[in-house]
Design a binder for this molecule. Sequence first.
Ligand SMILES: [Zn+2]
Ligand SMILES: [Zn+2]
Length: 272
Amino acid sequence: MIAKGGSMKKITALVSILLFSWTSNAEHSWADYHWARTTSSFDLIIINSTTGDWDDYVTQATGDWSASLVLNMVEDTSGSTAKKVRRQCKSPEGKIRICNLAYGQTGWLGIAGISIDANGHIITGYTKLNDTYFSTSYYNNANWKQSVTCQELGHNVGLGHQDENFNNTSLDSCMDYQDPPTPIPNTHDYEQLETIYGSHIDSYDSYTAGSGGGGDGGVCNAPPGKGCNKAGANNDVGWGMSLGRRGNAETFVRIDHNGIRHLTHVTWAIGH
Ligand SMILES: [Zn+2]
Ligand SMILES: [Zn+2]
């Protein structure tokens, strides 16, 4: 759909690999993306750049994920809430930033972005929560806000969805599509994290600043095909090409000039 001419071949190859690994995987990791770490557990800093009305949700979700045996999410409450910071929601290397803003009628409720180094490790990421929809009566409640916060932060550490059917029995996980949604992770989410992070340790830590590469994802808020996401527009900020949409979830990939892959996971707002 959208690609820098020179990278087309590379992107096409990547797409088939990603689609294969997703569909062939009965588990729910996000294509095996994970943070590199040299220890069995690690502390990932979540910079809270949300305004006060979201603070409790961020604290709850970071606390919930910290119940994992293989990682802790450490909330940095000193994150800037300046509008410009929240609009871009760019995170320093080695960390995650979470932001809220009325990003406009973009079609999306939440976005989780991760940047991947040449070894396939996450080096930075962000979560954006779109108040344009969360201020509407349908989404403006604790269940939806907590669930989307939980789910996007789950993506930031490499989890995929457990299930993408809104109309089946609830799995009681924020990684499961349900309406009304579940605000917290379930046992299987923690097991999946142990599968991802327990299988090996790495030779370096990608959650410490300056581990190499750089993140420049997250600055584009436009819907696909519009503005900064238009083909031929500034390819240093757009989402790149779609890897496919399933239900109300869609993932995009862009490869920058340093070879860093920027993945954007979009949760579309549907019909409300
Ligand atoms: Zn690894
Ligand atoms: Zn999702």
